[in-house]
Design a protein around this ligand. Structure first.
Ligand SMILES: Nc1ncnc2c1ncn2[C@@H]1O[C@H](COP(=O)(O)OP(=O)(O)OP(=O)(O)O)[C@@H](O)[C@H]1O
Ligand SMILES: [Mg+2]
Length: 443
Protein backbone atom coordinates (compact mmCIF):
# COMPACT_ATOMS: atom_id res chain seq x y z
CA UNK A 1 0.00 0.00 0.00
CA UNK A 2 1.48 3.32 -1.04
CA UNK A 3 0.66 5.21 2.13
CA UNK A 4 3.35 5.96 4.65
CA UNK A 5 2.37 4.11 7.80
CA UNK A 6 3.46 7.04 9.97
CA UNK A 7 0.96 9.43 8.46
CA UNK A 8 -1.99 8.71 10.73
CA UNK A 9 -4.63 11.02 9.21
CA UNK A 10 -3.81 9.68 5.79
CA UNK A 11 -4.12 6.14 7.05
CA UNK A 12 -7.55 7.00 8.48
CA UNK A 13 -8.52 8.43 5.10
CA UNK A 14 -7.39 5.28 3.39
CA UNK A 15 -9.40 3.10 5.76
CA UNK A 16 -12.47 5.24 5.21
CA UNK A 17 -12.08 4.94 1.49
CA UNK A 18 -11.64 1.17 1.62
CA UNK A 19 -14.79 0.91 3.72
CA UNK A 20 -16.68 3.03 1.23
CA UNK A 21 -15.50 0.77 -1.55
CA UNK A 22 -16.73 -2.20 0.52
CA UNK A 23 -13.18 -3.56 0.53
CA UNK A 24 -13.50 -4.61 4.13
CA UNK A 25 -10.72 -7.20 4.15
CA UNK A 26 -8.21 -4.58 3.17
CA UNK A 27 -9.70 -2.01 5.52
CA UNK A 28 -9.33 -4.54 8.30
CA UNK A 29 -5.74 -5.24 7.41
CA UNK A 30 -4.73 -1.59 7.26
CA UNK A 31 -6.50 -0.84 10.53
CA UNK A 32 -4.87 -3.75 12.28
CA UNK A 33 -1.45 -2.79 11.02
CA UNK A 34 -2.01 0.76 12.14
CA UNK A 35 -3.16 -0.44 15.55
CA UNK A 36 0.04 -2.37 16.00
CA UNK A 37 1.87 0.92 15.78
CA UNK A 38 -0.62 2.76 17.99
CA UNK A 39 -2.02 0.10 20.30
CA UNK A 40 -3.72 2.63 22.57
CA UNK A 41 -5.64 4.48 19.90
CA UNK A 42 -9.32 4.42 20.80
CA UNK A 43 -10.39 5.81 17.45
CA UNK A 44 -8.50 3.07 15.61
CA UNK A 45 -10.04 0.45 17.85
CA UNK A 46 -13.48 1.85 17.11
CA UNK A 47 -12.70 1.86 13.41
CA UNK A 48 -11.66 -1.78 13.63
CA UNK A 49 -14.87 -2.64 15.48
CA UNK A 50 -16.83 -0.88 12.76
CA UNK A 51 -15.02 -2.77 10.02
CA UNK A 52 -15.64 -6.05 11.83
CA UNK A 53 -19.28 -5.11 12.21
CA UNK A 54 -19.61 -4.50 8.49
CA UNK A 55 -17.94 -7.81 7.75
CA UNK A 56 -20.38 -9.53 10.06
CA UNK A 57 -17.55 -10.51 12.40
CA UNK A 58 -19.74 -9.81 15.36
CA UNK A 59 -17.74 -11.62 17.98
CA UNK A 60 -14.59 -9.72 17.00
CA UNK A 61 -16.42 -6.41 17.11
CA UNK A 62 -17.98 -7.34 20.41
CA UNK A 63 -14.62 -8.10 21.98
CA UNK A 64 -13.48 -4.56 21.21
CA UNK A 65 -16.54 -2.58 22.17
CA UNK A 66 -17.13 -4.51 25.35
CA UNK A 67 -13.73 -3.47 26.58
CA UNK A 68 -14.10 0.14 25.48
CA UNK A 69 -17.72 0.46 26.54
CA UNK A 70 -17.42 -0.68 30.14
CA UNK A 71 -16.43 0.93 33.41
CA UNK A 72 -16.49 4.56 34.38
CA UNK A 73 -14.43 5.72 31.40
CA UNK A 74 -16.79 3.96 29.03
CA UNK A 75 -16.67 5.42 25.55
CA UNK A 76 -20.21 6.34 24.39
CA UNK A 77 -19.34 5.59 20.75
CA UNK A 78 -18.31 2.09 21.75
CA UNK A 79 -21.59 1.75 23.63
CA UNK A 80 -23.59 2.67 20.54
CA UNK A 81 -21.65 0.11 18.55
CA UNK A 82 -22.34 -2.38 21.30
CA UNK A 83 -26.04 -1.60 21.09
CA UNK A 84 -25.94 -2.14 17.36
CA UNK A 85 -24.33 -5.54 17.84
CA UNK A 86 -26.90 -6.51 20.45
CA UNK A 87 -29.65 -5.42 18.08
CA UNK A 88 -28.21 -7.63 15.40
CA UNK A 89 -28.13 -10.68 17.61
CA UNK A 90 -31.73 -10.07 18.55
CA UNK A 91 -31.11 -8.86 22.10
CA UNK A 92 -33.34 -5.83 21.66
CA UNK A 93 -33.78 -5.19 25.35
CA UNK A 94 -30.02 -5.11 25.93
CA UNK A 95 -29.58 -2.94 22.86
CA UNK A 96 -32.15 -0.41 24.04
CA UNK A 97 -30.66 -0.01 27.49
CA UNK A 98 -27.10 0.21 26.18
CA UNK A 99 -28.15 2.75 23.59
CA UNK A 100 -30.00 4.89 26.13
CA UNK A 101 -27.01 4.86 28.44
CA UNK A 102 -24.73 5.93 25.61
CA UNK A 103 -26.93 8.88 24.69
CA UNK A 104 -27.18 9.91 28.32
CA UNK A 105 -23.39 10.06 28.42
CA UNK A 106 -23.12 12.05 25.25
CA UNK A 107 -26.08 13.11 23.19
CA UNK A 108 -23.90 13.61 20.13
CA UNK A 109 -23.65 9.89 19.63
CA UNK A 110 -27.41 9.55 19.02
CA UNK A 111 -28.10 7.46 15.95
CA UNK A 112 -31.56 7.86 14.45
CA UNK A 113 -31.40 4.76 12.33
CA UNK A 114 -30.46 2.58 15.22
CA UNK A 115 -33.05 4.23 17.44
CA UNK A 116 -35.76 3.59 14.90
CA UNK A 117 -34.62 0.00 14.46
CA UNK A 118 -34.98 -0.35 18.18
CA UNK A 119 -38.40 1.23 18.14
CA UNK A 120 -37.33 4.12 20.37
CA UNK A 121 -37.26 6.83 17.77
CA UNK A 122 -39.08 9.15 20.16
CA UNK A 123 -36.20 9.02 22.60
CA UNK A 124 -34.58 12.41 23.16
CA UNK A 125 -37.07 13.86 20.73
CA UNK A 126 -35.39 17.18 20.27
CA UNK A 127 -31.94 16.02 19.34
CA UNK A 128 -33.32 13.19 17.32
CA UNK A 129 -35.60 15.38 15.30
CA UNK A 130 -32.68 17.65 14.53
CA UNK A 131 -30.70 14.65 13.46
CA UNK A 132 -33.67 13.42 11.46
CA UNK A 133 -33.94 16.74 9.66
CA UNK A 134 -30.33 16.44 8.77
CA UNK A 135 -30.81 12.92 7.52
CA UNK A 136 -33.83 13.97 5.48
CA UNK A 137 -31.80 16.70 3.93
CA UNK A 138 -29.04 14.24 3.08
CA UNK A 139 -31.56 11.77 1.67
CA UNK A 140 -33.15 14.46 -0.43
CA UNK A 141 -29.78 15.48 -1.71
CA UNK A 142 -28.99 11.86 -2.53
CA UNK A 143 -32.32 11.59 -4.35
CA UNK A 144 -31.44 14.55 -6.46
CA UNK A 145 -28.09 13.01 -7.28
CA UNK A 146 -29.95 9.86 -8.25
CA UNK A 147 -32.06 11.76 -10.71
CA UNK A 148 -28.99 13.21 -12.28
CA UNK A 149 -27.06 9.97 -12.47
CA UNK A 150 -28.77 6.60 -12.70
CA UNK A 151 -30.85 4.64 -10.21
CA UNK A 152 -29.44 3.29 -6.98
CA UNK A 153 -25.74 4.06 -7.01
CA UNK A 154 -24.90 1.85 -4.09
CA UNK A 155 -25.52 -1.64 -5.41
CA UNK A 156 -22.04 -2.72 -6.38
CA UNK A 157 -21.53 -5.72 -8.53
CA UNK A 158 -18.36 -7.53 -9.49
CA UNK A 159 -17.20 -10.48 -11.54
CA UNK A 160 -15.02 -12.63 -9.34
CA UNK A 161 -12.31 -14.48 -11.21
CA UNK A 162 -11.55 -17.20 -8.74
CA UNK A 163 -13.76 -20.25 -8.53
CA UNK A 164 -13.97 -23.18 -6.15
CA UNK A 165 -10.25 -23.82 -6.62
CA UNK A 166 -9.58 -20.87 -4.38
CA UNK A 167 -11.53 -22.44 -1.53
CA UNK A 168 -9.71 -25.01 0.58
CA UNK A 169 -11.65 -28.05 1.77
CA UNK A 170 -15.45 -27.71 2.05
CA UNK A 171 -16.06 -30.48 -0.45
CA UNK A 172 -19.47 -31.28 0.98
CA UNK A 173 -20.62 -27.68 0.86
CA UNK A 174 -19.32 -27.19 -2.65
CA UNK A 175 -21.27 -30.25 -3.78
CA UNK A 176 -24.47 -28.98 -2.24
CA UNK A 177 -24.02 -25.70 -4.06
CA UNK A 178 -23.33 -27.50 -7.34
CA UNK A 179 -26.45 -29.61 -7.10
CA UNK A 180 -28.75 -26.96 -5.76
CA UNK A 181 -27.79 -23.93 -7.77
CA UNK A 182 -25.05 -24.47 -10.32
CA UNK A 183 -26.44 -27.44 -12.25
CA UNK A 184 -29.94 -26.01 -12.50
CA UNK A 185 -28.39 -22.90 -13.98
CA UNK A 186 -26.18 -24.73 -16.44
CA UNK A 187 -28.78 -27.29 -17.46
CA UNK A 188 -31.92 -25.23 -17.32
CA UNK A 189 -33.49 -27.07 -20.29
CA UNK A 190 -33.05 -30.46 -18.70
CA UNK A 191 -34.58 -29.34 -15.46
CA UNK A 192 -37.50 -27.88 -17.36
CA UNK A 193 -37.95 -31.09 -19.34
CA UNK A 194 -38.39 -33.02 -16.11
CA UNK A 195 -40.76 -30.40 -14.86
CA UNK A 196 -38.43 -29.56 -12.00
CA UNK A 197 -38.88 -26.07 -10.76
CA UNK A 198 -35.66 -24.22 -10.11
CA UNK A 199 -35.41 -21.87 -7.22
CA UNK A 200 -34.70 -21.41 -3.59
CA UNK A 201 -31.49 -20.40 -1.98
CA UNK A 202 -28.87 -21.67 0.38
CA UNK A 203 -28.19 -20.34 3.83
CA UNK A 204 -24.66 -20.89 5.05
CA UNK A 205 -24.02 -20.72 8.76
CA UNK A 206 -21.16 -21.39 11.09
CA UNK A 207 -18.41 -19.85 13.17
CA UNK A 208 -16.78 -16.64 11.97
CA UNK A 209 -13.89 -16.69 9.54
CA UNK A 210 -14.52 -20.16 8.12
CA UNK A 211 -15.09 -19.12 4.54
CA UNK A 212 -18.80 -18.41 4.07
CA UNK A 213 -18.28 -15.07 2.37
CA UNK A 214 -15.26 -16.39 0.51
CA UNK A 215 -17.25 -19.37 -0.78
CA UNK A 216 -20.18 -17.23 -1.91
CA UNK A 217 -17.86 -15.08 -3.98
CA UNK A 218 -16.13 -18.18 -5.38
CA UNK A 219 -19.53 -19.57 -6.41
CA UNK A 220 -19.95 -16.60 -8.71
CA UNK A 221 -16.41 -17.16 -9.99
CA UNK A 222 -17.20 -20.82 -10.59
CA UNK A 223 -20.18 -20.08 -12.84
CA UNK A 224 -18.59 -16.92 -14.26
CA UNK A 225 -21.51 -14.84 -13.17
CA UNK A 226 -21.98 -11.45 -11.63
CA UNK A 227 -21.67 -11.23 -7.86
CA UNK A 228 -23.70 -8.83 -5.80
CA UNK A 229 -23.08 -8.81 -2.10
CA UNK A 230 -25.39 -6.98 0.23
CA UNK A 231 -24.96 -6.58 3.95
CA UNK A 232 -28.43 -6.25 5.35
CA UNK A 233 -27.24 -3.61 7.75
CA UNK A 234 -26.35 -1.69 4.60
CA UNK A 235 -29.87 -2.04 3.28
CA UNK A 236 -31.23 -0.94 6.61
CA UNK A 237 -29.02 1.99 7.32
CA UNK A 238 -26.97 3.08 4.37
CA UNK A 239 -29.76 4.53 2.38
CA UNK A 240 -31.53 6.21 5.23
CA UNK A 241 -35.24 5.84 5.33
CA UNK A 242 -35.91 4.41 1.93
CA UNK A 243 -34.87 0.85 2.69
CA UNK A 244 -37.77 -0.75 0.88
CA UNK A 245 -37.07 1.07 -2.31
CA UNK A 246 -33.44 0.06 -2.02
CA UNK A 247 -34.17 -3.54 -1.34
CA UNK A 248 -36.17 -3.59 -4.52
CA UNK A 249 -33.27 -1.90 -6.32
CA UNK A 250 -30.94 -4.68 -5.16
CA UNK A 251 -33.18 -7.39 -6.58
CA UNK A 252 -33.78 -5.42 -9.77
CA UNK A 253 -30.10 -5.00 -10.27
CA UNK A 254 -29.60 -8.75 -9.76
CA UNK A 255 -32.36 -9.59 -12.22
CA UNK A 256 -30.82 -7.21 -14.70
CA UNK A 257 -27.39 -8.87 -14.42
CA UNK A 258 -28.30 -12.53 -14.93
CA UNK A 259 -26.77 -14.91 -14.31
CA UNK A 260 -26.00 -13.51 -10.94
CA UNK A 261 -25.15 -14.69 -7.46
CA UNK A 262 -27.01 -12.48 -5.04
CA UNK A 263 -25.42 -12.82 -1.64
CA UNK A 264 -26.93 -11.59 1.60
CA UNK A 265 -24.28 -11.43 4.27
CA UNK A 266 -25.20 -11.39 7.95
CA UNK A 267 -28.88 -12.02 7.25
CA UNK A 268 -29.70 -12.20 10.92
CA UNK A 269 -29.92 -8.45 11.18
CA UNK A 270 -32.99 -8.49 9.02
CA UNK A 271 -34.46 -11.79 10.02
CA UNK A 272 -33.83 -11.48 13.71
CA UNK A 273 -36.30 -8.99 14.62
CA UNK A 274 -39.61 -9.58 12.94
CA UNK A 275 -41.27 -10.21 16.26
CA UNK A 276 -39.26 -7.58 18.07
CA UNK A 277 -39.52 -4.95 15.45
CA UNK A 278 -41.96 -2.49 16.83
CA UNK A 279 -41.99 -0.18 13.94
CA UNK A 280 -44.12 -1.26 11.04
CA UNK A 281 -41.43 -0.13 8.65
CA UNK A 282 -39.25 -2.98 9.84
CA UNK A 283 -41.95 -5.56 9.31
CA UNK A 284 -42.72 -4.18 5.88
CA UNK A 285 -39.11 -4.53 4.96
CA UNK A 286 -38.99 -8.17 6.00
CA UNK A 287 -42.21 -8.96 4.19
CA UNK A 288 -40.94 -7.23 1.14
CA UNK A 289 -37.71 -9.17 1.34
CA UNK A 290 -39.67 -12.40 1.47
CA UNK A 291 -41.84 -11.48 -1.47
CA UNK A 292 -38.81 -10.41 -3.51
CA UNK A 293 -37.30 -13.79 -2.71
CA UNK A 294 -40.46 -15.52 -3.83
CA UNK A 295 -40.23 -13.54 -7.03
CA UNK A 296 -43.94 -12.79 -6.83
CA UNK A 297 -43.68 -9.64 -8.83
CA UNK A 298 -40.76 -10.60 -10.97
CA UNK A 299 -38.81 -13.45 -12.41
CA UNK A 300 -35.91 -14.66 -10.30
CA UNK A 301 -34.67 -17.26 -12.76
CA UNK A 302 -30.93 -16.95 -13.15
CA UNK A 303 -30.59 -15.21 -9.82
CA UNK A 304 -28.87 -17.51 -7.36
CA UNK A 305 -29.54 -16.57 -3.78
CA UNK A 306 -27.00 -17.27 -1.05
CA UNK A 307 -26.98 -15.95 2.45
CA UNK A 308 -24.67 -16.26 5.42
CA UNK A 309 -25.01 -15.82 9.13
CA UNK A 310 -23.26 -16.65 12.38
CA UNK A 311 -26.54 -16.86 14.25
CA UNK A 312 -29.11 -18.87 12.27
CA UNK A 313 -31.20 -19.30 15.43
CA UNK A 314 -32.13 -15.65 15.25
CA UNK A 315 -33.49 -15.99 11.80
CA UNK A 316 -37.22 -15.91 11.33
CA UNK A 317 -38.44 -19.36 10.26
CA UNK A 318 -40.34 -17.74 7.40
CA UNK A 319 -37.01 -17.43 5.63
CA UNK A 320 -36.58 -21.17 5.50
CA UNK A 321 -39.82 -22.03 3.69
CA UNK A 322 -39.59 -23.87 0.36
CA UNK A 323 -38.41 -21.64 -2.44
CA UNK A 324 -36.66 -19.33 -0.02
CA UNK A 325 -33.53 -20.30 1.89
CA UNK A 326 -34.67 -23.87 1.97
CA UNK A 327 -31.21 -25.41 2.25
CA UNK A 328 -29.42 -24.62 5.47
CA UNK A 329 -25.80 -25.71 5.43
CA UNK A 330 -23.30 -25.78 8.24
CA UNK A 331 -19.84 -24.50 7.34
CA UNK A 332 -17.57 -26.05 9.96
CA UNK A 333 -14.04 -25.02 10.83
CA UNK A 334 -11.61 -26.53 8.34
CA UNK A 335 -10.37 -30.05 9.12
CA UNK A 336 -6.68 -31.00 8.88
CA UNK A 337 -6.78 -31.55 5.14
CA UNK A 338 -8.65 -28.31 4.53
CA UNK A 339 -6.27 -26.39 6.79
CA UNK A 340 -3.38 -27.66 4.74
CA UNK A 341 -5.12 -26.54 1.53
CA UNK A 342 -5.88 -23.13 2.98
CA UNK A 343 -2.27 -22.69 4.08
CA UNK A 344 -1.08 -23.72 0.62
CA UNK A 345 -3.46 -21.23 -0.95
CA UNK A 346 -2.36 -18.46 1.38
CA UNK A 347 1.33 -19.14 0.78
CA UNK A 348 0.90 -19.36 -2.95
CA UNK A 349 3.05 -16.73 -4.68
CA UNK A 350 4.99 -15.89 -1.53
CA UNK A 351 8.68 -16.70 -1.14
CA UNK A 352 8.77 -19.97 0.77
CA UNK A 353 11.30 -22.64 1.51
CA UNK A 354 9.96 -26.21 1.60
CA UNK A 355 7.14 -25.38 3.96
CA UNK A 356 5.60 -28.44 5.59
CA UNK A 357 2.01 -27.21 5.57
CA UNK A 358 0.81 -30.59 6.69
CA UNK A 359 2.70 -30.27 9.93
CA UNK A 360 1.36 -26.77 10.51
CA UNK A 361 -2.14 -27.99 9.73
CA UNK A 362 -1.77 -30.71 12.35
CA UNK A 363 -0.87 -28.11 14.98
CA UNK A 364 -3.72 -25.73 14.25
CA UNK A 365 -6.89 -27.57 15.24
CA UNK A 366 -9.81 -25.17 15.79
CA UNK A 367 -8.19 -22.45 13.69
CA UNK A 368 -10.55 -20.86 11.19
CA UNK A 369 -9.51 -19.97 7.65
CA UNK A 370 -9.23 -16.39 8.78
CA UNK A 371 -7.02 -17.45 11.70
CA UNK A 372 -4.75 -19.33 9.30
CA UNK A 373 -4.59 -16.28 7.10
CA UNK A 374 -3.55 -14.29 10.15
CA UNK A 375 -0.81 -16.85 10.87
CA UNK A 376 0.58 -16.47 7.37
CA UNK A 377 0.28 -12.68 7.51
CA UNK A 378 2.17 -12.60 10.75
CA UNK A 379 4.96 -14.85 9.49
CA UNK A 380 5.25 -12.67 6.39
CA UNK A 381 5.46 -9.55 8.50
CA UNK A 382 8.24 -10.95 10.66
CA UNK A 383 10.19 -12.03 7.60
CA UNK A 384 9.72 -8.64 6.01
CA UNK A 385 11.09 -6.91 9.07
CA UNK A 386 14.10 -9.19 9.06
CA UNK A 387 14.60 -8.67 5.35
CA UNK A 388 14.53 -4.91 5.74
CA UNK A 389 16.97 -5.10 8.64
CA UNK A 390 19.55 -7.24 6.92
CA UNK A 391 18.82 -5.85 3.50
CA UNK A 392 18.16 -9.26 1.98
CA UNK A 393 14.93 -11.15 1.38
CA UNK A 394 14.60 -14.53 3.07
CA UNK A 395 11.99 -17.19 2.35
CA UNK A 396 9.35 -18.24 4.87
CA UNK A 397 9.99 -21.60 6.48
CA UNK A 398 7.99 -24.09 8.50
CA UNK A 399 9.44 -22.79 11.76
CA UNK A 400 8.36 -19.22 11.03
CA UNK A 401 4.80 -20.37 10.53
CA UNK A 402 4.75 -22.56 13.61
CA UNK A 403 6.02 -19.65 15.63
CA UNK A 404 3.39 -17.35 14.17
CA UNK A 405 0.70 -19.93 14.91
CA UNK A 406 1.60 -19.83 18.58
CA UNK A 407 0.82 -16.13 18.59
CA UNK A 408 -2.55 -16.37 16.90
CA UNK A 409 -5.43 -17.71 19.01
CA UNK A 410 -8.02 -19.89 17.30
CA UNK A 411 -11.37 -18.14 17.28
CA UNK A 412 -13.91 -20.85 16.56
CA UNK A 413 -14.37 -22.38 20.02
CA UNK A 414 -16.26 -19.46 21.40
CA UNK A 415 -18.91 -19.77 18.72
CA UNK A 416 -19.52 -23.41 19.53
CA UNK A 417 -20.33 -22.71 23.13
CA UNK A 418 -23.37 -20.73 21.99
CA UNK A 419 -24.19 -23.01 19.07
CA UNK A 420 -24.13 -26.09 21.26
CA UNK A 421 -27.04 -24.85 23.35
CA UNK A 422 -29.17 -24.08 20.34
CA UNK A 423 -28.37 -27.46 18.83
CA UNK A 424 -29.24 -29.22 22.06
CA UNK A 425 -32.34 -27.34 23.07
CA UNK A 426 -33.79 -25.72 19.96
CA UNK A 427 -33.04 -28.24 17.26
CA UNK A 428 -36.37 -28.10 15.45
CA UNK A 429 -36.57 -30.67 12.70
CA UNK A 430 -32.93 -31.61 13.20
CA UNK A 431 -31.86 -28.29 11.77
CA UNK A 432 -28.64 -28.29 13.77
CA UNK A 433 -27.82 -31.99 13.61
CA UNK A 434 -24.63 -31.09 11.81
CA UNK A 435 -23.47 -29.13 14.84
CA UNK A 436 -24.17 -32.07 17.13
CA UNK A 437 -22.30 -34.38 14.78
CA UNK A 438 -19.39 -32.01 14.64
CA UNK A 439 -19.25 -31.84 18.43
CA UNK A 440 -19.65 -35.62 18.56
CA UNK A 441 -22.75 -35.33 20.70
CA UNK A 442 -25.09 -38.32 20.33
CA UNK A 443 -28.51 -37.58 18.92
N1 LIG B 1 -11.84 -22.60 3.01
C1 LIG B 1 -11.09 -21.53 2.78
N2 LIG B 1 -10.26 -21.49 1.73
C2 LIG B 1 -9.49 -20.41 1.50
N3 LIG B 1 -9.49 -19.31 2.26
C3 LIG B 1 -10.30 -19.28 3.31
C4 LIG B 1 -11.15 -20.38 3.63
N4 LIG B 1 -11.85 -20.08 4.74
C5 LIG B 1 -11.47 -18.84 5.09
N5 LIG B 1 -10.53 -18.35 4.25
C6 LIG B 1 -9.85 -17.06 4.36
O1 LIG B 1 -10.30 -16.43 5.53
C7 LIG B 1 -10.89 -15.17 5.24
C8 LIG B 1 -12.16 -15.02 6.05
O2 LIG B 1 -13.15 -15.90 5.56
P1 LIG B 1 -14.63 -15.42 5.31
O3 LIG B 1 -14.72 -13.95 5.41
O4 LIG B 1 -15.13 -16.04 4.09
O5 LIG B 1 -15.31 -16.07 6.58
P2 LIG B 1 -16.84 -16.04 7.01
O6 LIG B 1 -17.22 -17.44 7.27
O7 LIG B 1 -17.62 -15.27 6.01
O8 LIG B 1 -16.73 -15.27 8.38
P3 LIG B 1 -17.82 -14.35 9.10
O9 LIG B 1 -18.82 -15.27 9.70
O10 LIG B 1 -17.00 -13.67 10.15
O11 LIG B 1 -18.39 -13.45 8.07
C9 LIG B 1 -11.18 -15.18 3.75
O12 LIG B 1 -10.98 -13.91 3.20
C10 LIG B 1 -10.17 -16.16 3.20
O13 LIG B 1 -8.99 -15.48 2.87
MG1 LIG C 1 -18.61 -13.43 6.16
Amino acid sequence: MGVSPENEPLVQQLIKLLVELLRYDEAEQVTRESLQRHPGSVSLQLTLADVYFRQGKDSHALAIVETLGMGKDADPRAMVMHARLLQRTGDIRGAVSTYREAVEHDEDVADVDLASLLGIADFGAEELSEAADFHDAVAEFADRLDDEEDESPSVLSERPEQGFDSVGGMEGVKDEIRVKIIYPLQHADMYAAYGKKVGGGILLYGPPGCGKTHLARATAGEVKSTFISVGISDVLSMWMGSSEKNLNAVFQKARGSKPCVLFFDEVDALGASRADMKRTAGRHLINQFLSELDGVDADNEGVLCLAATNTPWHLDTAFRRPGRFDRVIFVPPPDGQARQEILDLQLNGKPTDNVDTRKIASKTADYSGADLKAVVDRAVEVKLHEAVKIGMPKPIGTKDLLKAAKQVRPTTREWFSAARNHALYANEGGLYDEILDYLKIKR
